[in-house]
Design a protein around this ligand. Structure first.
Ligand SMILES: Nc1ccccc1-c1cnco1
Length: 243
């Protein structure tokens, strides 16, 4: 998988060189390419924003730098992947569809994802129109109903959620199966050693006996019950939406 990200803060995305994502890149499972939008802003101040037409607070990202940036980055991607390759262009956006595990799973199979990080109040609407008119596939995704200052934080989260599902990235694929949301439910409570822990307040806290029984069938049933119970209590929306 090739991942491109266009941003005015490329250093914000240096975290993609670390840990799981960084290792996947070093292992050749993915390639990550950061691009500074200002490279395509040609005035002396490398301006990427201006006041909103029609008035209002804040600034809007100008269409010209974006159009040039997309053309250049897509040309670079095609040079690597072949002239037929097409990116999924993802705009983190509070007005987008809320991102979910099913989308992460679907996008983990894509050959090429191009993230576009908006800042300020947002990007001139004609950029979206221009990309769609050129036949590009675009998706606007939100991480949830809250406001960020820009798309970079969202790109870190989206990239981790997607790339960890790329085959070979997570050593033990088994660990991907029993996670919250992997089956539409919340994960069961987890315990490790010591089985008997005296906490700093002096309280004795025992792990559930069943987990020490060695009876894998009963343990699996207990975990399934806890997962259902936890989902009903904390996320009735997920519980009601399950198959
Ligand atoms: N608030 C934002 C501003 C810019 C780019 C993304 C967002 C966002 C994404 N998910 C929630 O908010």
């Amino acid at each position: 998988m090739r991942i491109d990200a266009i941003t005015i803060f490329p250093d914000y995305l240096r975290a993609l060189d670390l840990s799981l994502i960084g290792k996947a890149a070093r292992d050749g499972l993915i390639s990550v390419h950061r691009h500074d939008l200002r490279e395509w802003a040609h005035d002396r101040h490398r301006t990427v924003d201006d006041s909103p037409l029609g008035g209002g607070a804040g600034m809007v990202m100008k269409p010209e730098p974006w159009a040039e940036a997309f053309a250049a980055v897509i040309e670079q991607g095609k040079a690597e992947l072949g002239p037929q390759a097409e990116p999924l262009i993802v705009f983190p956006n509070p007005a987008g569809q809320v991102f979910a595990q099913a989308t992460a799973q679907e996008w983990s199979g894509r050959e090429w994802i191009l993230f576009a990080c908006g800042r300020y109040e947002g990007i001139d609407e004609r950029v979206y129109e221009h990309l769609e008119a050129a036949g590009h596939e675009i998706a606007l995704v939100s991480l949830g109903d809250y406001v960020l200052n820009g798309g970079e934080v969202a790109v870190l989260a989206l990239t981790e959620a997607i790339v960890r599902l790329v085959p070979g990235v997570v050593g033990n694929a088994e660990s991907l199966v029993e996670e919250s949301h992997s089956d539409g439910l919340l994960e069961y409570p987890l315990y490790t050693r010591p089985a008997r822990w005296v906490d700093p307040a002096g309280a004795v806290r025992e792990a559930p006996e069943i987990l020490l029984s060695g009876d894998h069938g009963r343990i699996a049933a207990w975990r399934s019950e806890r997962s259902a119970e936890r989902t009903r209590e904390r996320r009735p929306d997920l519980w009601d939406a399950r198959d």
